[in-house]
Design a binder for this molecule. Structure first.
Ligand code: HEM
Length: 392
């Protein structure tokens, strides 16, 4: 069967709210070639899992990805096999579970204390800018080894890199902003490199520079850029999405407040519900068949993990936030060789530290009634604001 083609679906519609579209695709045409994307959307859980687990058939090297231009590099995310593993292994020691537990947990805890202290009791605030954004920026700057980067700069860099990487319409402005961010990040890394040994040997930058056989500097820089682009907006969005899920489901929130260990479960459900990274691209290496559709070599498939996480065959009422659901096997961290390197750090930052701490300090926090929460995003998705009243 030939792949069906859609010439109408626009990136703007997908950015506004892709979930109703994916629901229709899952039931009617789980593979769909979309003209505006120049790629094929894959929307069923099992197909997405299969594609990610078979890198020998589905390469991460998408030659037309806007990511390469945005990051000014072919990053580890767009590499396969040994070539990928060499770059991944170089940074991994800074992000593994042992390092997170031994080194980062305590420091993340202090950063969370500092940001929670700044919140005023009784005030109505937008937790996007008052907490989730700067908290994520500070934690990741520390883990990466670029502590001098300001919270504002690092958030702007992250946004510029991912807007550039998601610029499937190939407009000029996102690439221009990414260009500026690249210049500033390069300067920041050069500056940090000069003193890395003195101030931090645990960080991602130090680990890579101090390795017995370091990888080339250009790859160290592109690894750090991937973690800036992929490691700041995602925990931020995870915090905001999970808070929204909890605050709009008071009985679940009450259980988590009684047993704060449940906030980790809430975090996993939050990112299943609305995946911060909604999709990933893979290039087909050999003519193949998925669900009876012929998928030719050279085709680029977009595996939509956001849709996998709502697949009716895997999740009952997947559109609802339910931290007590039986199946917790979501795809928001991906799977296969490119499985997210920041998984342990994110669980610690969001599920074990930020969420419990916010509710410990403001147990009666609630959504501000007169303001609506707006959502946006196709490649990356989360709330654009989260107005809450900070009540004890
Ligand atoms: C809730 C937070 C996060 C989510 C949902 C998330 C999601 C993802 C996903 C879906 C991928 C795989 C992409 C693919 O298959 O092509 C990925 C890869 C990656 N993530 Fe995360 N991420 C999060 C946080 C972080 C953090 C905090 C860091 C680091 C500071 C990080 C660093 C990376 C890196 C370096 C990769 C590339 C791995 C590779 O290609 O081998 N992520 N992430």
């Amino acid at each position: 069967m030939q792949l069906p083609l859609d010439t109408q679906l626009s990136i703007a519609e997908l950015t506004d709210n892709p979930y109703p579209i994916y629901k229709v695709l899952r039931s009617e045409t789980p593979l769909l070639k979309v003209t505006s994307l120049g790629r094929t959307l894959v929307t069923k859980f099992k197909d997405i899992q299969y594609i990610k687990m078979h890198p020998e058939l589905f390469s991460s090297d998408d030659p037309n990805t806007p990511m390469e231009r945005a990051f000014e590099a072919k990053t580890l995310m767009r590499r396969d096999g040994e070539d990928h593993m060499r770059l991944r292994t170089a940074m991994m020691p800074a992000m593994g579970p042992a390092r997170v537990k031994k080194v980062w947990a305590q420091r993340v805890n202090s950063i969370a204390d500092e940001f929670v202290e700044r919140l005023t009791e009784g005030a109505t605030v937008d937790l996007f800018s008052a907490f989730a954004g700067p908290f994520s920026a500070r934690c990741v700057a520390m883990v990466l080894g670029i502590p001098k980067a300001s919270d504002d700069d690092i958030q702007r860099w992250s946004q510029a890199l991912i807007d550039g990487a998601g610029n499937f319409g190939l407009k000029d402005e996102p690439f221009e902003k990414a260009y500026v961010a690249n210049r500033e990040i390069n300067a920041c890394i050069d500056d940090a490199q000069a003193s890395y040994k003195a101030h931090d040997e645990d960080s991602a930058l130090a680990v890579q520079l101090n390795a017995a056989t370091p990888i080339e500097k250009e790859h160290i820089v592109s690894n750090i850029k991937i973690a800036i682009g992929g490691g700041i907006n995602e925990p931020r969005d995870a915090i905001l999405t999970t808070l929204f899920g909890l605050l709009s489901n008071p009985s679940q929130l009450a259980e988590a407040k009684n047993n704060p260990a449940l906030f980790l479960r809430a975090f996993e459900e939050g990112i299943r519900w609305v995946a911060p990274i909604q999709l990933s691209s893979r290039r087909v290496l050999e003519d193949t068949e998925i669900r009876g559709f012929d998928v030719p070599a050279g085709e680029v498939v977009m595996t939509v993990q956001a849709s996998a996480n709502h697949d009716e065959e895997e999740f009952e009422d997947g559109h609802l936030f339910n931290m007590f659901r039986d199946n917790k096997r979501h795809q928001s961290f991906g799977n296969g060789p490119h499985f997210c390197m920041g998984t342990h750090l994110s669980r610690k930052m969001v599920g074990e530290i930020a969420l419990p701490k916010l509710f410990e300090r403001f147990p009666n926090m609630r959504l501000a009634e007169d303001q609506t929460v707006k959502w946006r995003g196709f490649g990356f998705r989360g709330p654009l604001n989260l107005p809450v009243v900070l009540e004890r």
